[in-house]
Design a protein around this ligand. Structure first.
Ligand SMILES: [Zn+2]
Ligand SMILES: [Zn+2]
Length: 454
C-alpha cells in the first residue's frame, strides 16, 4: 500500500485540498447530462419521482439529458412508453400535453429542452472466486425495442418486478454479455465504483480491478462512474482506470437531488454522439464533469456511525481496522480503498485527463447563509427566488459572475459561490453512511461585514 495519507490533526474538519481542486468557471459545452437517477419504483426513493418531476427538476438544474432510470421495471417501463415520445436519435421527450402542464411549474428563466435517455441500474450479487460480490452497473440502451428485449432476458433470470433497481444473482460479466448480445450499441458503466458495499472496486464486496470483474469482456468497459465519495484526482491514482472516461451522475433518489454531479458534453444531441463522446473520452466532445466534494459523500473516510467514530486511513491502519469503541470491524471508506489500490502518488496524473469542477448544491449554500436546515421553507423560498431571477442552478454555480448572482438579493450568495469555485471551503468528511458537511464561511461574523465586495 502506498504510504501517502494526508493526515490532519482532526478528522472532524478539514480544509479542502485546493491544489487538487479544479476551480473557476466551466469551459465551453453544449449540454449537461445526468444519467444515473431512479424512479418511484426503486426502494427508498421519493413518491414524486416520476417523469414529470424529473422533467421539471432537470430544467431547474439546467440539465438537458437525463436518464430515465429503472427501465427494467415493468411499471416504470409502461410509464416511459406512455408519457415519452421519440426525439433526436436514441433520445426521448415528454409528450407535448404533459410537458405543457409541467412547464407552468418552471420559472421562465429556467425553461429549456429536456431529453431522456434509457438507462437502468442493476444490482449484481453473486459468488466469484469464492467470495460474495456485490456491484451496481448502469446499462444504456438505444431504443425501446432493445430495452424490451433486454428486459425479457432479465425477467427469465430473476425478479425485475419488485424493485426499480433489480437485484439479480448474475455475474456482472454475464450481464454485460447479455446486454451486448441484445445490441452492440448498448453499453455498461460500472456505477459508483468505490462505495464499500455495492461496487466493482468496493472494499467489502468488490474486486481489485475492472479486469478481475469483467474478464474477457473488459475491453467493452470504456467508462466508470466516480460516485459522490470520489473525484477524478482520487481515481487518477489508480493506473488501471487510465483508459476509462470518468463520468459523474447524481444517483438521485428525489427530484431535487438531480445534478449533484453531472457530465458536460460538447456534441450533438443524440444517443450515438453521447456514446461516442464517452467511449473516446475526447476532450473536444466530453468536456468534463461537475463533482461533489468527495468529502461530502457518505463513505469518504472510515468509521462507525453508531459509535460516532470517524477515522483517517492511517488511524484505521493503527487500529488494525477495528472500531476503538465497539471493537468490530470499521466500515472502510473510499479514501482508504483508493490508497489500497493506488499505484500513483497524489502529485502524479495520467497522460489523458478531463476537466472537472467541484460544486456544492445551492440548497446547502443557502442553508449555511440563512443558518437553517436544508429542507426548511426558508431555504426553499430563497432557492426558488434565486432561480426565478438568475436561471438554472448549475448556471448559477458555474457560470454567472458573483455580482450578477448578488442581483438575487440574497446576502453573501455571490461571495459564497466565488469561494466554492475557488475551493475555499471547509468540510467535515462523511463516513459510514453519514454525509459530510460543507462550511464556506469559517467566520460567521463575516455575514455582517462581507469582505471583498465590489
Ligand atoms: Zn447504486
Ligand atoms: Zn463501533
Amino acid at each position: 500500500m502506498a504510504n501517502l495519507f494526508t493526515v490532519k490533526d482532526s478528522p472532524q474538519l478539514v480544509e479542502a485540498k485546493q491544489k487538487s481542486r479544479s476551480s473557476g468557471v466551466a469551459g465551453s459545452f453544449n449540454f449537461i447530462a445526468d444519467f444515473h437517477v431512479h424512479s418511484k419504483f426503486s426502494r427508498a426513493t421519493a413518491k414524486n419521482l416520476d417523469l414529470e418531476n424529473l422533467y421539471i427538476a432537470a430544467q431547474l438544474k439546467g440539465i438537458t439529458v437525463v436518464g430515465t432510470g429503472d427501465f427494467t421495471h415493468p411499471g416504470w417501463f409502461a410509464e416511459i412508453k406512455e408519457k415519452l415520445e421519440p426525439a433526436e436519435q436514441g433520445l426521448f421527450k415528454l409528450k407535448k400535453e404533459i410537458a405543457g402542464e409541467c412547464d407552468k411549474k418552471v420559472p421562465l428563466s429556467c425553461h429549456g429542452k429536456v431529453r431522456f435517455i434509457l438507462v437502468s441500474e442493476i444490482s449484481n450479487i453473486y459468488k466469484k472466486n469464492n467470495k460474495t460480490r456485490k456491484n451496481h452497473n448502469l446499462v444504456f440502451v438505444p431504443d425501446l425495442n432493445i430495452a424490451d428485449k433486454f428486459n425479457s432476458k432479465l425477467d427469465k433470470i430473476g425478479n425485475i418486478k419488485s424493485d426499480g433497481r433489480p437485484i439479480l444473482g448474475l455475474d456482472a460479466r454475464n450481464l454485460l454479455e447479455i446486454l451486448l448480445e441484445t445490441s452492440a450499441r448498448s453499453f455498461l458503466i460500472p456505477a459508483h465504483i468505490w462505495t464499500p458495499w455495492f461496487s466493482v472496486l468496493g472494499s467489502k464486496t468488490g474486486f481489485n480491478s475492472i479486469l478481475e470483474c469483467f474478464g474477457d469482456l473488459t475491453p467493452h468497459i470504456f467508462a466508470a462512474e466516480t460516485g459522490l465519495s470520489s473525484d477524478p484526482p482520487m481515481n487518477w491514482r489508480v493506473s488501471g482506470l487510465d483508459n476509462l472516461t470518468l463520468v459523474s451522475n447524481s444517483d438521485a433518489h428525489s427530484p431535487l437531488k438531480l445534478g449533484r454531479e453531472a457530465n458536460l458534453f460538447n456534441t450533438d444531441l443524440s444517443y450515438s454522439a453521447i456514446r461516442e463522446a464517452i467511449e473516446t473520452g475526447d476532450n473536444k466532445q466530453f468536456s468534463g464533469t461537475f463533482e461533489f466534494y468527495p468529502e461530502e459523500g457518505k463513505y469518504h473516510l472510515d468509521g462507525h456511525r453508531k459509535c460516532s467514530v470517524c477515522l483517517w486511513p492511517q488511524e484505521t491502519l493503527k487500529n488494525k481496522g477495528t472500531c476503538p469503541v465497539c471493537g468490530k470491524s470499521l466500515t472502510v471508506g473510499v479514501l482508504y480503498r483508493v490508497e489500497e489500490l493506488a499505484d500513483r502518488s497524489e502529485n502524479e496524473k495520467p497522460k489523458r485527463i478531463r476537466p472537472y469542477y467541484s460544486i456544492v448544491p445551492l440548497v446547502n449554500i443557502l442553508s449555511e447563509i440563512l443558518k437553517v436546515s436544508h429542507g426548511s421553507k426558508k431555504v426553499m423560498n430563497n432557492y426558488n427566488a434565486a432561480l426565478d431571477i438568475l436561471g438554472p442552478e448549475l448556471n448559477i454555480l458555474h457560470k454567472l459572475e458573483p455580482k450578477t448572482i448578488d442581483k438575487a438579493g440574497i446576502p453573501l450568495l455571490g461571495e459564497a459561490v466565488k469561494r466554492m469555485r475557488r475551493g475555499e471551503i471547509d468540510i467535515a468528511p462523511g463516513y459510514d453512511g453519514e454525509f459530510g458537511r460543507v462550511q464556506i464561511f469559517k467566520d460567521f461574523s463575516l455575514q455582517k461585514n462581507p469582505p471583498d465586495r465590489r
